[in-house]
Design a protein around this ligand. Structure first.
Ligand SMILES: *Cc1c(COP(=O)(O)O)cnc(C)c1O
Length: 389
């Protein structure tokens, strides 16, 4: 059980508003904010290098904390400045040429799709979308039918940015790996709200961000890569963190996932992320998942009773993302008017998930994403505020 009062006390941002945007950029705990600010202060006192030396142990421990969260080894984690950077670093390390096929699903995120289409444009591989079932989930039979030895990469998104659905990752990953394809999972909207275990899911690589459900600082993200794959992957833009200049005409990449990292980084942000991840580990990812799912279900049920509201989350397995529209009012207007009423939500548009929203005939939806620190009273206030529109 989560001690809701204690969690709310250490989350000052949740007291003066109903905060329903953890899928966008969540609220940190006081301890996380303090870790960031105190490091910035120390950098100002002694310079960034000495400040980093003083915190070397904590900085080195962040990959181990993330590994504990994901069920992998510290050497399989690369720290980045965003989920997108992690994703493009991994995809950029794959050789994809004419004849090579890449599969994406209907819930693909725009930045990933753009990066892949750019590879298609520059390098001549093909990018194909696997059809979805009526609820928006990937059609596993269609995926099985599309897989062949030319498919090099299958890109899966566990929880999309603009819908509550949870993708059947383990089943899709099994099909893809049996066909010899690499499986890359975008877990940006799932890590921190759902318990995620890379071995149980059977994915080769995974990306996520700090600022969303992990409640970490902005400008932080990470990449998991299965150890057996590392030696065969050549990251673009490798620097002296990723490798060593060993001879006038040679260099050697790090053996671990650090080959995907860059030397310069926001170390204050990383120290904050470490505090956030350790707090999640202390609460227990499964406990957090249960609390988030319960909050989202209560919110969906409350919204569904309102006459002009349509809840848009479909499928057998729903996460902490609740999406809806209000007849006669645009999602942007709903967001603005809810803000006046002290309720923070965001809007997810077709430009973020082109395939899924187009297929469902939607341009945009209001997205409400209640984390575990949202109280039952908050949820009632949110539903009442929507009702008052
Ligand atoms: C937010 C998001 C991303 C991108 O994360 P960044 O840290 O902004 O790069 C990727 N995929 C999904 C599904 C997202 O919601």
């Amino acid at each position: 059980m989560i001690d809701l009062d204690a969690e709310r006390r250490r989350t000052p941002g949740c007291t003066n508003q109903v905060f329903l945007d953890s899928a966008g950029s969540s609220l940190p705990t006081t301890e996380t904010t303090e870790a960031v600010i105190s490091h910035l202060r120390r950098e100002a006192e002694v310079g960034g290098y000495r400040a980093a030396e003083e915190r070397a142990e904590d900085l080195a421990a962040l990959p181990a904390s993330l590994a504990a969260l994901l069920g992998c080894e510290a050497g399989e984690i690369a720290l980045t400045d965003s989920a997108t950077r992690a994703w493009t670093q991994l995809v950029g390390s794959l050789r994809l040429g004419p004849g090579d096929r890449v599969l994406i699903c209907g819930n693909e995120y725009a930045s990933n799709a753009i990066a892949l289409l750019q590879r298609a444009r520059l390098d001549g591989c093909s990018v194909e979308a696997v059809p979805s079932r009526p609820g928006g989930q990937v059609d596993l039979d269609a995926l099985a039918g599309m897989l062949d030895e030319k498919v090099r990469l299958v890109s899966l998104v566990q929880v999309p940015t603009g819908s509550g659905q949870v993708a059947p990752v383990a089943a899709a990953a099994r099909l893809a790996r049996e066909a010899g394809a690499l499986v890359l999972l975008d877990a940006c909207q799932s890590v921190g709200q759902l318990a995620v275990d890379v071995r149980a899911l059977g994915v080769d690589a995974l990306t996520a961000t700090g600022r969303k459900w992990l409640r970490g600082p902005r400008g932080t993200g990470f990449l998991y890569v299965r150890r057996e794959l590392l030696a065969g992957l050549e990251p673009r833009g490798a620097d002296l963190r990723a490798g060593t200049w060993t001879a006038p005409d040679d260099y050697e990449l790090r053996a671990d996932a650090g080959r995907f990292e860059q030397w310069e980084a926001d170390l204050a942000g990383r120290l904050g992320l470490k505090v956030a991840v350790e707090h999640l580990l202390a609460l227990g990812p499964a406990t957090v998942e249960a609390a988030v799912r319960a909050n989202a279900t209560a919110l969906r049920d409350g919204l569904a009773t309102l006459p002009r509201v349509t809840v848009h989350d479909l499928g057998p397995d729903l996460s902490g993302i609740v999406t809806f529209t209000l007849d006669g009012t645009t999602p942007e207007e709903v967001k603005a008017r809810l803000r006046e009423a002290g309720v923070t939500v965001s809007v997810s548009t077709v430009s973020s998930t082109l395939l899924d929203l187009t297929e469902r005939g939607l341009d945009a939806v209001v997205r409400a994403s209640p984390h575990y620190f949202v109280s039952p009273a908050d949820l009632e206030r949110a539903v009442a505020a929507v009702a008052a529109l």
